[in-house]
Design a protein around this ligand. Structure first.
Ligand code: HEC
Ligand code: HEC
Length: 326
């Protein structure tokens, strides 16, 4: 018996030591880095149709995180990201060659947007990635970044360096890994298939599920439906003035979801304009999505109907938070 205790004690001791070494290693090297990737050799043709489509995607994705208060994409402080991840600033993604991404190739931008790995092998554990976005939409985003539109014109201003927390650094060495670049071409679904279109817009373009599921750290970027608490809400974020807020349950659960709360046209208004059926305003970080068409948002509604219903009383939890923080 004594011997067994001694051996298991030794074993535990070694394990703790190994863990300590690993933590010390992480705190020295910081974020995980990778070999500089081999990026696709493409030159994206900048047609007006692509620039327009790219702009409408950027308005519901890139701009809210990257634009300063003059609507230039200089990067800024992202207060909605919980502070356990560190002090997070986005980057200058204007066409400036020194401070922005003017020197990146089209292929390097596409590679980064899909995998979160930059041309020099640096890995971004926080910037959302878009492995399910159709090739054509991805090219539209690139065409817009290269266009003559105001927000992307070269600007020297930049945000301070990110201060990743030790926790974020640890995550980048353990559970948050870069994605693979998709080998198959991804196409935009036929618009007559509303559920497929809704799934594509919600999961592939607008990233609704990443906020509206249970845990940022338990998500599957290639198979979003495997994410913990898929569309059941409950992710805790920072809202207006840094006040905590839980994301809403978007499943069709009668009591706690949106099934009985929203008709399709009320849902369209809420998502596009940020207004609830009773006229109250949806709070940050739920932003309005004015560049999605009524048809696209209606398709998201049809898609959400097909998702397993989850009981999760977010309204109740948010009310408790209010009491706790007042
Ligand atoms: C949730 C906020 C968020 C959204 C949405 C977002 N970004 Fe970012 N982005 C960031 C953050 C934070 C960084 C810094 C990451 C880092 O350096 O590790 C970043 C970095 C980048 C970089 C790397 C720049 C560099 O010099 O290292 C590019 C390129 C980029 N974003 C493009 C885009 C585009 C294009 C979109 C829209 C399709 C977009 N981002 C949407 C937060 C966001
Ligand atoms: C950055 C995180 C984030 C993203 C991305 C996001 N939401 Fe939200 N959403 C929230 C938060 C937080 C709330 C709660 C707002 C409140 O309580 O005032 C919310 C609320 C909602 C509501 C109101 C639900 C209710 O119970 O009244 C709807 C509908 C909604 N979101 C739909 C969407 C759709 C559709 C998308 C994608 C097009 C989306 N959201 C993307 C964070 C997000």
């Amino acid at each position: 018996m004594k011997k067994i205790l001694k051996i298991s004690g030794l074993f535990l001791g070694c394990l703790v030591l190994l863990l300590l070494f690993f933590c010390a290693y992480v705190s020295v090297v910081g974020l995980a880095t990778y070999d500089p990737p081999i990026t696709p050799k493409v030159t994206v043709e900048r047609t007006t149709a692509r620039v327009n489509r790219g702009e409408s995607i950027a308005q519901i994705q890139c701009i809210s995180c990257h634009a300063n208060n003059e609507n230039r994409l200089t990067g800024k402080y992202l207060g909605e990201i919980p502070s356990v991840f560190g002090k997070i600033y986005s980057k200058n993604i204007t066409q400036d060659k020194e401070k922005g991404i003017g020197n990146w190739t089209d292929g390097e931008i596409m590679y980064f947007l899909r995998t979160s790995v930059k041309p020099d092998g640096t890995f971004s554990a926080i910037m959302p990635r878009y492995p399910l976005m159709a090739e054509e939409d991805l090219k539209s985003v690139v065409a817009w970044l290269r266009s003559d539109r105001f927000p992307v014109q070269p600007t020297k201003q930049e945000a301070p360096q990110i201060e990743y927390s030790f926790f974020s650094q640890l995550l980048s060495h353990t559970i948050i890994k870069p994605g693979d670049y998709p080998q198959q071409r991804i196409s935009i679904p036929d618009s007559t298939d509303q559920v497929a279109l809704g799934r594509y817009i919600a999961n592939g373009v607008a990233d609704c599920y990443s906020c509206h599921s249970a845990d940022f750290l338990d998500q599957d970027k290639l198979h979003p439906e495997r994410s913990k608490g898929f569309y059941g809400g409950g992710n805790k974020m920072n809202g207006e003035g840094g006040k905590p807020i839980f994301t809403a349950n978007l499943t069709f659960d009668d009591e706690t979801g949106i099934g009985k709360k929203y008709t399709k046209s009320q849902f369209v208004r809420a998502v596009k304009m940020g207004v609830r059926p009773d006229g109250s305003i949806l709070r940050q970080p739920m932003g309005p999505h004015p560049t999605l068409s009524d048809y696209e948002v209606g398709a998201i509604y049809e898609y959400l109907k097909t998702i397993p219903k989850l009981k999760n009383d977010i309204a109740g939890k948010n009310a408790e938070l209010q009491v706790a923080t007042n």
